[in-house]
Design a binder for this molecule. Structure first.
Ligand code: UTP
Length: 233
């Protein structure tokens, strides 16, 4: 199976400590015995800290995004170091580079690519480009929720959504101040275009990714494309 694994910065580097990076590296290395894997790393708290300081010293939004991209690539470098020789030594900066490495059977890790998006969109584009069989979002929430799980304590995640339902949900939630969904609108629109089964799970414990790939079992939301292929984003 060809997999794209998107690891939120909030679960990869909840704090800048080696244990979680090593645990993810171990999961990725063992899964590579049976699967081809591309990994996309998010920025997490370090990216937010850099962006906050950048804003305070007068950087504009594009400059702040570029700072964010750099931090996602730093996290990619840390994960590459934790994986060791089986990983391509440098984070891929372009989808083509990632695809070439994947086809050689190498483990490829990349961060962001360009301003004005987040790495969940990068992961969706990559999944479409490499024709992935499955895209896994390892996030800090156990799936996609109908209500804000931070403010609504009895909120439950959806078991299954179509990409169009996900887009509608995000648009509805965007109008509600302060609420957000674990996948961004741009990513959801890309998912609507890509024919790739997607799962959103709580990646706080990297073992949940290993279990999801090996057994198909996970707690979270499955985003299943129906007859929606080739909607334009
Ligand atoms: P993330 O992908 O980590 O954003 O990129 P996020 O979803 O806000 O962070 P999490 O989910 O809490 O970890 C960090 C920042 O880097 C910039 C954006 O500013 C983003 O907020 N970025 C990232 C880009 O501009 N382009 C990219 O391709 C990736």
């Amino acid at each position: 199976m060809r997999l794209v694994l998107s690891i939120d910065g909030s679960v990869l580097v909840p704090e800048l400590r080696p244990q979680q990076l090593k645990a993810y590296a171990d999961v990725i290395t063992t899964l590579t015995e049976a699967h081809d894997i591309c990994v996309v790393t998010g920025g997490g708290a370090p990216a937010r800290e850099y962006i906050d300081v950048g804003r305070a010293v007068g950087a504009n939004d594009i400059e702040l995004d570029q700072i964010g991209v750099d931090v996602t690539r730093l996290n990619a470098r840390l994960l590459i170091a934790a994986i060791g020789d089986e990983a391509v030594p440098t984070p891929a900066r372009e989808y083509e580079t990632a695809n070439r490495a994947l086809r050689r059977g190498d483990i490829v890790v990349m961060g962001g690519t360009a301003p004005a998006q987040t790495t969940d969109a990068v992961s969706a584009v990559l999944a479409e480009y490499v024709d992935a069989d499955r895209l896994i979002y390892a996030t800090s929430t156990p799936g996609v929720f109908g209500a804000d799980s931070n403010t609504c304590t009895d909120a439950e995640p959806f078991d299954e959504l179509t990409p169009s339902q996900l887009v509608s949900l995000i648009l509805d939630r965007d109008v509600a101040a302060g609420s957000s969904v674990s996948i961004g609108l741009h990513a959801a629109r890309m998912l609507r275009r890509a024919q790739c089964e997607t799962i959103v799970l709580d990646g706080g414990d990297p073992e949940s990714v290993r279990t999801a790939v090996r057994t198909g079992e996970f707690e979270g939301t499955r985003i299943v494309p129906g007859q929606e292929r080739r909607f334009s984003p």
